[in-house]
Design a protein around this ligand. Structure first.
Ligand SMILES: Nc1ncnc2c1ncn2[C@@H]1O[C@H](COP(=O)(O)OP(=O)(O)OP(=O)(O)O)[C@@H](O)[C@H]1O
Ligand SMILES: [Mg+2]
Length: 254
């Protein structure tokens, strides 16, 4: 138990969250607390329900039942927009949905926020804001670079910059290191750790268990739509984690 974390009020609590697709119970009565400044690693076999769970947090899918509490207060999540507003969540998808023909700063400000910001922010201010956040993340990328010329890892950074700039509290990443070169994986992991330094919480799903062991404070093991186990990331090895994920599942590992 990391008591310094666990005694705080959770940033986000979910209780009894469930979601089915037809007769597949993708998420089955899941309860979890996510604390401020905590990195949660979400692991589990294919089809365990990890992405569906995240989609309920991000408002991409709507829960069948269950409750969300943000800093102790119950909130409803009915769309990606309410997830951002009510839960302060920024979801970073695997295919990042950035616009390759636009610059880094244009991508950072792209989306629903742009309209609101554009009213009182001039181009020069937006570039300056983008540069400030990029420097905060120790990046060599410039706000005026075109996103299409960036590597996968650098594109992650653009998405993360947006989360920082708009002061999201919780950044959710589904397989952020799956599509990038091995040499850049360390950069993305460093970004996650620096988000934590900036007081953010992060949920990361990954099949790369060494990445999870590098960044996570706690590891949540999903199996068949449920939380099977929650592990403190202390004295864990890849082998013990593999056992926790696949160990005594009937039917064995795939
Ligand atoms: N939109 C959908 N329609 C129907 N079934 C779905 C849908 N999304 C997910 N499922 C099903 O829900 C279950 C959980 O899938 P989910 O994608 O959440 O698993 P996962 O843990 O993210 O797996 P992976 O590690 O392969 O990404 C699976 O049986 C999947 O087929
Ligand atoms: Mg998935």
């Amino acid at each position: 138990m990391t008591t310094h974390v666990q005694t705080a009020t959770p940033l986000l609590s979910v209780r009894g969250l469930s979601k089915s697709f037809g007769n597949v119970q993708a998420v089955d009565n899941v309860s979890l607390d996510i604390f401020p400044k905590e990195v949660i690693g979400l692991v589990g076999d294919n089809g365990a329900g990890k992405s569906t769970f995240l989609s309920l947090l991000s408002g991409y899918n709507i829960k069948d039942s269950g409750q969300f509490f943000f800093r102790g207060k119950e909130v409803e999540v009915t769309s990606p927009r309410t997830s951002r507003r009510e839960l302060g969540i920024e979801m970073i998808y695997q295919n990042l949905s950035l616009a390759p023909d636009l610059t880094v700063w244009e991508n950072i400000f792209l989306g629903e926020e742009l309209a609101r910001w554009r009213l009182f922010m001039r181009r020069r201010d937006m570039i300056a804001q983008a540069e400030r956040v990029l420097r905060q993340l120790n990046s060599k990328v410039s706000a005026n670079d075109f996103v299409g010329n960036l590597s996968g890892g650098e594109q992650q950074l653009v998405a993360i910059s947006r989360a920082l700039l708009f002061e999201r509290d919780l950044i959710i990443m589904d397989e952020p290191t799956a599509a990038i070169s091995l040499a850049k994986v360390r950069d993305v992991l460093d970004l996650i750790l620096s988000l934590k330094q900036h007081g953010k919480s992060v949920i990361i799903v990954s099949h790369r268990l060494e990445d999870i062991l590098t960044v996570a404070d706690r590891i949540v093991v999903f199996a068949r739509g449920r939380i099977r186990e929650i592990l403190e990331n202390k004295d864990l090895t890849i082998e013990s984690l593999v056992r926790a994920i696949f160990g005594d599942l009937e039917g064995g590992a795939k």
